[in-house]
Design a protein around this ligand. Structure first.
Ligand code: HEM
Length: 411
């Protein structure tokens, strides 16, 4: 009997890859015992992950009453409203929401954010410089990787600059386990986010801005989104866009500091080389470790991999699929050159998912990284790690992965 998988184990959170490799070798789709006493199907093979993500028999709608029952409260009601978003929906609802959102998220609108992202990055780097000078060291997550995505989502949603510090604080709280903060802090943040987004939508209805969210508020095609759908959408954009991009920026910084030859090559190689670094970080340190949970609506026969009964929970582990040796030779090596145009270019990674729920913010996330990383390393040529990379803390769980802290100094 193999040991149950323990996502709360800090050693697993830091380096889950050996466990995923063992699972994949045994069976790329397997019913796994978890340390909390439950069982779930984990998909760790690349081919199987693509198949599951494209198969409508795997539903994204959370099971009624999923999770521990919680007493009714304003925070519970706020949570309930904000969670009714398109990532938690199936066709045909999902198709309608997705069509309307894609119409607002045009490549032209996303690319137009570049100068704003440059300005926000430079502001954060000025703050980082002051901190490094004053204290001799800083946390790159706190000073750079966390605030940048939240500020950029502020641009997307058209949140006034004066409100962004609060947005940052509430976002941090709702993403934290309830027992990690003072009692009531997480609940208060849910209620405040709900009230803030309700007021924001009312404002955008009266006076649309240039931002992408205003385009969504005012799109009347197919009847447009109603206020409840807009509320959940604002929350989804904030939530889907911040911790993922934070992990991308933090893991990219860490990988480059650990691989000075790759950093030098990126510095010399220009945009194509930086783009290859970003793709390799997405593959090698997938910021979303697993997709959202799926549930089978019917028994699914996976051929050689057995049958998943109806009603079972399934998690596609993107981090594992992206290290499948059948698709990526030397999967554990950090090798940006595998993404350069050339004869043996790597197979596409699955870091942004696949199928109907493929990440809507992929272009924006890539743009943020392409702007921010070269600027960070140009501003601080002597940037160096100030901690043992083997001891950095990672958030426990199977869903997101990236260092929580990244102490740096100047050499
Ligand atoms: C490195 C950064 C990011 C990564 C790795 C990432 C990854 C993903 C993945 C894997 C999914 C599919 C989840 C599933 O099938 O269960 C997804 C969905 C989504 N992402 Fe991202 N994401 C990133 C950044 C962003 C940003 C910046 C935004 C928006 C501003 C965004 C918005 C969304 C939305 C709205 C969905 C739901 C799409 C749907 O249900 O049709 N993401 N993302």
């Amino acid at each position: 009997m193999p040991e149950p998988l323990n996502p709360a184990d800090p050693a697993f959170a830091r380096d889950p890859y050996p466990a995923y490799a063992r699972l994949r070798e045994q069976a790329p789709v397997a019913r796994v015992a978890l340390a909390n006493g439950t069982h779930a199907w984990l998909v760790t093979g690349h081919e199987q992950a693509r198949a599951v993500l494209a198969d409508p028999r795997f539903s994204n709608v959370p099971a009624p009453g999923a999770g521990r029952p919680k007493p009714d409260s304003p925070a519970q009601r706020a949570r309930g409203c904000l969670a009714r978003h398109m990532l938690n929906s199936d066709a045909p609802d999902h198709l309608r929401l997705r069509r309307l959102t894609t119409a607002a998220f045009t490549p032209r609108r996303v690319d137009a954010l570049r100068p704003r992202i440059e300005r926000l990055t430079d502001g954060l780097l000025a703050g980082l410089s002051a901190r490094l000078e004053l204290d001799g060291g800083a946390d790159l997550v706190d000073a750079f990787a966390f605030p940048l995505p939240v500020l950029v989502i502020g641009e997307v949603l058209g949140v006034p600059e004066a409100d962004r510090a609060e947005l940052r604080e509430w976002t941090y709280r709702v993403g934290s386990p309830a027992d990690a903060l003072v009692e009531g802090a997480v609940d208060e943040a849910w209620v405040r986010l709900h009230a803030y987004f309700s007021a924001l939508i009312a404002r955008k209805r009266r006076a649309p801005g240039e931002d992408l969210f205003s385009a969504l508020v005012h799109d009347a095609s197919e009847g447009g989104l109603d206020d409840g759908e807009l509320l959940a959408m604002a929350f989804l954009l904030l939530f889907a866009g911040y911790e993922t991009t934070m992990n991308l920026l933090a893991s990219a910084s860490l990988s480059l500091l650990e691989h000075p030859a790759e950093l030098a090559a990126a510095r010399e190689g220009g945009p194509e080389r930086w783009a290859a670094v970003v793709e390799e970080v997405l593959r090698h340190a997938s910021p979303l470790e697993g997709t959202t949970w799926r549930r089978t609506t019917a028994a699914v026969d996976l051929g050689g991999e057995g049958v998943i009964p109806a009603g079972d929970s399934v998690l596609v582990v993107l981090a594992a699929a992206n290290r499948d040796p059948a698709h990526f030779p030397e999967p554990d090596a950090f090798r940006p050159d595998r993404h350069l145009t050339g004869a043996d270019r790597a197979a596409p990674h699955l870091a942004f998912g696949h199928g109907p729920h493929f990440c809507l913010g992929a272009r924006l996330a890539r743009l943020e990284a392409a702007v921010a990383l070269p600027r960070l390393f140009a501003a601080f040529p002597g940037l160096a790690l100030a901690a043992d990379p083997q001891r950095l803390p990672y958030r426990p769980g199977l869903l997101v992965r990236g260092p929580r802290r990244l102490p740096v100094t100047l050499r």
